[in-house]
Design a protein around this ligand. Structure first.
Ligand code: ADP
Ligand code: MG
Length: 253
């Protein structure tokens, strides 16, 4: 569909003969929260890695906002507006909370290496603007009082929020969230859920991988279920919950 923000077409990914993702096609519409669920090893992270440009598909196409992106390097995809968080936290523990967010913002900056060396007025202005944007983001997530704290000193829950803030710093149009609630107690998982809902209300399109079914069922407009790299069901929460193949996959049938 031409008005999709993301379109994945007959995507395959093999690792030395192992089929991680198989003939997968789906769309993400602008403004949608789409969840990708499935048992461990279903291919969810591999799918994210292919969309973000970390893993090259064996075959198939990925389209973002009308352009084919599967041959673009990661940073070009980031510049087009794709941001992600990782299943395993990727926080720079020795850097401050603010610096962690600035790293995300720099993905989107125009400053070249030469510009950084010359430290032009334009760059100074850009840096100031970046800092302000980063502080606004931290304030939004109630981390502004921690701006100068080393990221490694945050609680695990705060690190998960920080990673989300960093992804948003590049002002993406599509947010790929790989298990944003993993390892969190339910109350903190709900906090993450509220953040995602608020972002989506402001127009953010989200592709969400998550095992917390309460979160998935309450947030998602559409749920894609993978098992062994194959799509076994897709639809709203009621459809997916009742689907016999989904039940079988989760019960290890
Ligand atoms: P999920 O995120 O749904 O748990 P993954 O995408 O991580 O699943 O993994 C899908 C399958 O691909 C698994 O069998 C996994 O072992 C395999 N796999 C993932 N990444 C690699 C890799 N870099 N090399 C080899 N096999 C991999
Ligand atoms: Mg995974």
């Amino acid at each position: 569909m031409s008005d999709s923000l993301l379109r994945v077409e007959s995507l395959n990914c093999y690792f030395a003969g192992l089929r991680a993702v198989a003939e997968l096609s789906f769309d993400v519409q602008p403004g949608e929260i789409k969840a990708v669920i499935g048992p461990n090893g279903a291919g969810k992270s591999t799918l994210f890695n292919m969309i973000a440009g970390v893993t090259r598909p064996t075959s198939g196409e990925i389209w973002f906002d009308g352009s084919r992106i599967d041959n673009l390097p990661t940073f070009r995809r980031a510049r087009l507006g794709i941001a992600r968080t990782f299943q395993n936290l990727q926080i720079f523990r020795e850097m401050t909370v603010l610096e962690n967010v600035m790293v995300g913002r720099h993905m989107q900056g125009q400053s070249s290496v030469m510009g950084a060396l010359l430290y032009t007025p334009a760059l100074r202005a850009e840096n100031r603007a970046m800092t302000e944007t980063a502080l606004d983001l931290l304030a939004r997530f109630e981390l502004d009082t921690k701006a100068q704290v080393l990221a490694g000193d945050l609680s695990f829950g705060q690190m998960k929020v920080l990673e989300l803030a960093r992804a948003l710093a590049s002002k993406p149009r599509l947010l790929l969230l790989d298990e944003p609630a993993a390892g969190l107690p339910q109350a903190e998982a709900e906090h993450i859920g509220q953040i995602i809902t608020a972002l989506n209300r402001d127009g953010m399109t989200v592709l969400l991988v998550e095992h917390n079914m309460r979160m998935v069922m309450s947030l998602s407009h559409d749920i894609l279920v993978l098992n062994n790299g194959l799509r076994i069901a897709e639809g709203d929460a009621d459809h997916v919950r009742r689907h016999p193949d989904v039940l079988a996959a989760y019960l290890g049938d």
